[in-house]
Write a protein of this length. Structure first.
Ligand code: FAD
Length: 623
């Protein structure tokens, strides 16, 4: 057995062996059914003439206002800390605490960490160290292993480096288990495991002006120094719980969906699931296949769009085998279609390069004002939502249940979901929707959930209550120049970054896919790609100049943050609902959007060609 930490005699660098063994392989029902019934895979016709008129607008407003202030979430502390335990890996591999120095330290080993390593090592940066809270790679796909988990962006575009890996996903929407395995294979192939400290949570990252280094402290007693720190800690990694009176009293089994407890045998049990967001929409159909009775507690319905899951065809495999560059070209095409529903339901022929465009841009007799354009967008958005609502009526037999399952907000305002088995599940005699609109579940007792005086006794209670969006704790523990934390800066000045990647006063620090970081389409790994390329470009630029330190100037940062704010305000009518994307309706404009507007690339290219936003210290300023 190799030591957890050893020195590579050739490079003199430390090599790690800290990947934890698997804790459990009891997974049942991975869930990616391909349905034969065409009717379940279609949206009803777009209603002719349906417009977002005053009456419908009032309905949307009432739906939103009724939910304002209803969300009460809590961190997993005290009695609930156990919900954060890593249930997927054996205990951490023992190792010595590290107090040495590396050139680049990266927080996180999801797709962010993996893609960064691929790009950095290709560019010749090898003194790179990763710290990861979990026992293995995968990030999102390590932590989320609920039955039915799959990507929502087609896997041929979502999974990065498919050709370099020589891999073709088995399904159009690969299961999360396949994606996790893919991440593990990436780590093996690119030598990532040697560089990663698993079961290591970064607790503090502090800039030391005297040495021009970051000091990184972890829960394993490490106190490492690094010239550069890259936060690739994800934006949906910190699970949250709804705060419900009496929840600590429940005597049955309970867990959060992002720590699925496969040691609990759910077969034949009475199970309750709280929350009906993207996770529950994927998990409910699988739960319905095995449990005795299922109660789904809903505050706000999701929009349930068509999934149309299918296996990768032999023809596709054969074509791609003879088409070098197919995956990169497909990802590039996917990134071009950024408009709401089209992006996700992207036409296969377009993505395969068989047709040149998805649809022709509409021509109007005269140039429309921004308000008129927004109204046009709202009208077509409304018609899509009418189809989504009509689909509920077409599938769900009980009219009361169907009525409760219909969402009234603009498409894409809450995270859109896609499934062909979710709505039919509510026709099963043992599956019950408990409509807790608009305020949510009010009470939990020893036996189960109580709502409006009715008790629902449960064997198992599952919290599908989501994540703190952009709330990853790493942002809160970074102390920059002058002893100021990133959290303090953003709380007093509002979220301020340049390109989402730098923040003034935090030199040699990069944030990947954080607030205001655009660059991608709906495909998250595309943004990670763009950010990784940017980081490598900056490190190479510094290497060429011999620069030790880079920071951004305040003015370009202010201007960029203002741009994110303006874009957010201009497009606000299309996101007029209560959602985690907008901090349950409380977030300041521009503060949470990871996309930050469509001009991210323009800002990036300008910065890279002029170098104007940056302050470099050391080296030759003329290079
Ligand atoms: C259920 C689910 C489904 C999704 N489906 C899609 C999809 O279909 N398409 C899409 O584009 N996106 C999807 N996403 C978004 C998804 O998060 C991204 O696509 C992508 O996986 C993010 O990769 P990442 O490396 O940036 O972050 P993550 O995958 O979140 O990885 C970050 C890692 O950082 C670690 N970490 C955090 N803080 C610390 C710390 N202090 N110390 C040490 N380690 C730390 C975490 O443990 C985690 O492993 C989905 C997200 C979820 C939750």
């Amino acid at each position: 057995m190799n030591a957890a930490v050893r020195i590579d005699p050739e490079t003199g660098l430390k090599v790690f062996n800290t990947r934890a063994a698997k804790a459990s392989e009891k997974i049942t029902g991975k869930g990616y059914s391909v349905l034969a019934d065409q009717k379940l895979k279609e949206l009803p016709e777009m209603p002719a003439g349906a417009t977002f008129n005053a009456e419908e607008q009032a309905k949307y407003r009432a739906f939103k206002e009724a939910r304002r202030g209803a969300a009460h979430y809590m961190a997993m502390e005290g009695d609930f800390k156990k919900y954060l335990d890593d249930v997927y890996s054996e205990p951490p591999i023992p190792r010595e605490a590290l107090t040495d120095e590396c050139e680049i330290l990266v927080v996180g080993a999801g797709f962010g960490g993996l893609l960064l390593w691929h790009r950095l090592s290709e560019a010749g940066f090898t003194d790179v160290r990763f710290c990861e809270k979990g026992g293995d790679v995968g990030g999102t796909w390590y932590w989320n292993r609920y039955p039915g988990i799959a990507c929502d962006v087609e896997s041929y575009s979502y999974l990065p480096l498919l050709e370099e890996m020589g891999y073709v996903p088995s399904m159009k929407f690969a299961s999360g288990f396949e994606i996790l395995e893919y991440c593990q294979n990436m780590a093996q192939k690119f030598g990532f495991y040697d560089h990663c400290l698993f079961h290591t949570t970064v607790e503090a990252t502090t800039w030391d002006e005297a040495s021009g280094r970051w000091i990184v402290e972890t829960d394993r007693g490490d106190k490492m120094r690094a010239r550069f720190v890259i936060l690739a800690n994800g934006i949906l990694t910190t699970p949250k719980l709804a705060r419900i009176a009496g929840m600590e009293k429940f005597q049955g089994e309970s867990f959060h969906t992002s720590r699925w407890n496969y040691n609990i045998d759910l077969r034949g049990k009475t199970v309750g699931i709280i929350g009906t967001g993207a996770t529950a929409v994927q998990a409910v159909p699988e739960l319905a296949k095995i449990v005795g009775r299922l109660y789904v507690f809903q505050r706000t319905p999701s929009s349930i769009d068509v999934r149309d899951q299918r296996a990768t065809t032999d023809e596709e495999r054969a074509t791609w085998a003879n088409q070098p560059g197919w995956a990169r070209a497909r990802r590039a095409r996917f990134s071009k279609i950024s408009a709401g529903r089209t992006a996700i339901q992207a036409n296969d022929d377009y993505l395969a390069g068989k047709i040149q465009d998805i649809k022709k841009p509409r021509k109007y007799d005269r140039e429309l004002t921004p308000e008129e354009l927004t109204q046009k967008q709202l009208d077509s958005n409304f018609r899509i939502m009418e189809q989504i609502r009509a689909r509920v009526d077409a599938i769900v037999k009980d009219p009361k249940t169907a009525a409760a399952l219909k969402p009234y907000y603009p498409y894409g305002c809450k995270r859109p979901t896609f499934h062909d088995e979710y709505l039919p599940a509510f026709n099963l005699p043992h599956v019950h929707l408990v409509d807790t609109a608009p305020r949510g579940v009010g009470e939990i007792n020893e036996r189960g959930v109580v709502h409006e005086g009715v008790e629902y006794p449960l064997d198992v209670l599952i919290y599908a209550t989501g994540f703190q969006w952009m709330g990853t704790s790493t942002f809160n523990m970074v102390t920059g120049r002058g002893g100021r934390t990133l959290k303090e800066k953003w709380e007093t000045e509002g979220t301020k970054t340049f390109l989402g990647l730098h923040s003034h006063g935090f030199p040699n620090l990069f944030i990947v896919t954080g607030p205001q970081g655009g660059g991608g389409s709906f495909n998250f790994t595309d943004a990670i790609d763009a950010h990784s390329d940017y980081v490598v470009w900056m490190l190479q630029t510094m290497r060429k100049r011999g620069a030790r330190i880079v920071d951004v100037r305040k003015e370009p940062e202010d201007a960029y943050a203002e741009h994110c704010r303006d874009v957010d305000i201009a497009t606000a009518p299309l996101r007029d609902c209560i959602s985690y994307y907008n901090g349950e309706g409380n977030a300041a404009p521009g503060s949470l959007a990871y996309y930050g507007g469509g001009k991210w690339h323009k800002h990036r290219v300008q910065a890279q060609s002029t170098l104007e936003p940056y302050v470099f210290e050391g080296g030759d300023p003329t290079v």
